[in-house]
Design a protein around this ligand. Structure first.
Ligand code: ADP
Ligand code: MG
Length: 447
């Protein structure tokens, strides 16, 4: 144990409608603590309890109060100030409107609202998603959180598209930690492997379609049906280049409410493409909060690395010890995502080549190329040698594996080309299952 110096604390009084905003770094010495002394307060819709001291690291946080409160802030944040102006009232109004739709859905036996959030980077999409989910939970609902922003991967790891039903308020310290060991649930996850949907738009579209059909099936379950879903989307959806995948996502998920944050042009484009009168889609324009912080490349990278580390090592609240094992090359079947080889273009109809390329998996010969890679472990089992399934063509194999969700992730910490073995870190003990493993652009360095 290192000796701890008592961190400075101060009392912050907030009046009704005010918000305390603070930021801090990732280092242990930069930890910030928060305690509610009196009144009510919430962090992105999750209410603070009066006793505990909440701990934050590497975060940008807003503590909002509807009726006023007294807070104790400990440690030295890099930034902290109180703001009077927030868009929280308009966010609450959206929640109330969604709640009316849920009540109506209950009466008619229909699905609850299918809500999509769109907007450029750093306007508060993810934060608003959390607020709306938490408010719904507070009303006894169990909405599905769908996150198709592979840059953040708020539900699982960066590079994924995922969905999970939210049955209790989102933990304000751990958020949706990717580690199922700490949250006790395992989200429905598909591996895309690239930060932007524009990196491999055809592959992205295929995975969106797949996730949509499973979420649709999930919506028929009684406990989530009338709650509907809240979907967070990548910032590239606001670019003209992203319109096609945006409309594909709206159509596949049968979205019926779109919240556009901080982007006039997209709002007008969407109302043109989906005239509310005949599309059945309500489109609402919302202001971004003045508190939202622009995150630079370095911070985003830090955040991604932090998420990956948490996946294997847990959080301060729930530490994990991952398992390291030596695996012979002959035991693994790694496929590369998104970079399938191009068929001779003369053999194909115009425009179909990229489709074939991106959604075709390529066999990877294990070796140094895997060093420092994060591999997604598919639920798709490897066929037994000699079985009919072992005779699949590469195209059939790609279709099966890409349509299957992933069970988890491993990290290749070392590769020994001479011994034809690699060292693999996994959150669970035991032999690696005989499953396909997917590799893409995601690398990690254990620090
Ligand atoms: P987006 O999803 O649109 O990129 P986020 O919701 O992730 O934006 O917000 C960007 C950053 O700003 C996040 O670190 C988030 O925690 C922070 N943030 C959001 N709203 C506020 C606020 N009102 N005050 C302080 N920080 C905020
Ligand atoms: Mg986001």
């Amino acid at each position: 144990e290192t000796k701890k110096v008592a961190a400075p604390t101060k009392i912050v009084q907030l009046k009704a409608g005010q918000e305390l905003r603070f930021e801090n770094g990732f280092a242990d010495s930069e930890t910030v603590t928060l305690k509610l002394k009196a009144g009510h307060a919430e962090v992105f819709g999750s209410e603070l309890a009066t006793d505990p001291s909440y701990t934050f690291s590497g975060r940008k946080v807003a503590v909002y109060t509807w009726h006023g409160c007294s807070l104790e802030l400990g440690g030295t944040p890099t930034v902290d100030y109180v703001a009077d102006e927030t868009p929280m009232q308009s966010y609450l109004n959206v929640h109330l409107a969604l709640e009316q739709l849920r009540v109506a859905a209950e009466e008619k036996g229909e699905d609850g609202p299918k809500v999509m959030l769109v907007g450029p980077a750093d306007v508060g999409k993810t934060s608003l998603a959390k607020i709306l989910l938490n408010y719904a939970v507070k009303q006894g609902r169990k909405p599905i959180f769908v996150d198709i922003d592979p840059n953040e991967g708020s539900i699982s790891l960066p590079g994924t598209l995922a969905a999970t039903a939210i049955g209790r308020p989102i933990d304000m310290e751990e958020e949706l930690s990717a580690s199922s060991a700490t949250t006790g649930t395992s989200p429905l996850t598909y591996y895309y492997g690239y930060p932007s949907p524009l990196d491999k738009p055809k592959l992205f579209g295929a995975l969106v379609g797949r996730l949509a059909s499973i979420v649709d099936r999930k919506m028929s379950e009684s406990d989530v049906k009338t709650s509907g879903f809240i979907m967070n989307t990548p910032s590239q959806f606001v670019d003209v280049a992203g319109y096609d995948i945006l409309t594909h996502a709206i159509d596949s998920f049968h979205v019926n409410a779109i919240l556009v944050i901080g982007h006039e042009r997209l709002y007008s484009e969407l109302t043109r493409r989906y005239p509310p009168a005949d599309s059945g889609i309500s489109i609402v324009k919302l202001a971004k909060s003045g508190g939202v912080v622009t995150r630079d490349k370095i911070y985003r990278r830090r955040l991604q690395m932090h998420k990956i580390k948490e996946y294997f090592y847990g959080t301060p609240k729930g530490e994990l010890s991952p398992y390291s094992s030596l695996v012979p090359f002959s035991d693994v079947a790694v496929r590369r995502v998104g970079e399938g080889t191009l068929a001779p273009s003369s053999a194909l109809p115009l425009g179909s080549a990229p489709l074939l390329q991106e959604t075709r998996l390529v066999k990877v010969d294990p070796g140094d190329i895997l060093h420092h890679s994060i591999l997604a472990v598919s639920h798709a089992a490897l066929p037994d040698p000699g079985s009919a399934a072992a005779q699949l063509t590469p195209e059939e194999e790609s279709n099966v594996v890409l349509a299957t969700n992933v069970a988890g992730f491993v990290y290749v910490s070392d590769v020994d080309e001479d011994k034809k073995k690699m060292t693999v870190l996994a959150p669970n003990p035991g032999r690696l299952p005989r499953r396909y493993m997917l590799m893409a652009a995601m690398k990690w360095m254990e620090t």
